[in-house]
Design a protein around this ligand. Sequence first.
Ligand SMILES: *Cc1c(COP(=O)(O)O)cnc(C)c1O
Length: 376
Amino acid sequence: MQIKRNILLNPGPSTTTDTVKMAQVVPDICPREKEFASMMKGIRQDLVKIVHGKEEDYTSVLFCGSGTINIDVCLNSLLPEGKKILVVNNGAYSQRAVEICEYYGMPHIDLQFPVNERPDLDKVEATLKENPDIALVHTTHNETGTGILNPIREIGALAHKYGAIFTVDTTSTYAMRPINVYDDNIDFCMASAQKGIMAMTGLSFVIGREDIIKKSKDYPKRSYYCNLYLQYEFFEKTGEMHFTPPVQTIYAAVQGIKEYFEEGEEGKWARHTRVFNAIHDGLDELGFKDVIKREEQAGLVVSVIYPDDQNWDFMKIHDYCYERGFTIYPGKISTTNTFRLCALGAIDEEDIRDFFKVFREALDHYGVKVPATYKE
Ligand SMILES: *Cc1c(COP(=O)(O)O)cnc(C)c1O
């Protein structure tokens, strides 16, 4: 079968290999069969291995949903009665965590920092010191809205120093940028299948410390479908998801994980880095500016500032590129007009060079000046 190859430069779902696409075409099977459960067991083990967790310390729990379900699950399930959550918030995805706290009415502190800066660790520590009832600290590893890399190792160390657990949204780094749950002080991290493992949307997973999950059995139950302990317990007893899993999506994830291990942690990170560098080279050549200091970028998302040019129209440029097989994505910063180019997925530097040929054509077609003009 010939499937058209599109280059997705949006922050997930990402470009997949044909072998991952085809892995979904399987004989019909009831997911309650033993054969299916044994496949789930393999996935759960592999997901822990990807972040170097030991089986005696860490486990993984799968959910049917997009990546946001993981943030919801971790926050609503891991907060003991009478305690508080601290969200270290410098972007759209940590803001989402704050909104989850609000929706569940969970006591929380929204510790805000500018979106283009790393959080101030002294302020994080001062907040922990002043609020001994903080039991859970949450932040985002790579703020996908801007591409900034947050100092999770340091934030995790502070959380632990003050007796809190540390949950990190690693959706846009997991299986891309190397993570080690021990070195990075992570109690819980998370991702979904359409990002780092380059499979399909609809399967998400939390990787975390089993002793803490067991303890959470007695924490307030704030959700039925999205409770971490309930899902964990069902997996442990039966090897299956509590409710119907996304069957074909899981076959694709198995293939994606297989390809992840074949490429290897270092090989994959080197490829994403090549792509990221090619994105920067292309932008530099056209005179485009980005938002985050280069040395603070996570190496996976570039957030580009709109040029001050009356002919610049993001949607027109988007459509021109889209018709030619390349997807670019709007930004997620409320105060600055930006768009994003991401290094996720089964793509390499040649794809980026091909993209920039088309992007350049689009600029010329609509009369956008090159090099790009900025007022200041
Ligand atoms: C993609 C992403 C998510 C999940 O978003 P969905 O729209 O639910 O798929 C969560 N956190 C981060 C950091 C992400 O990049």
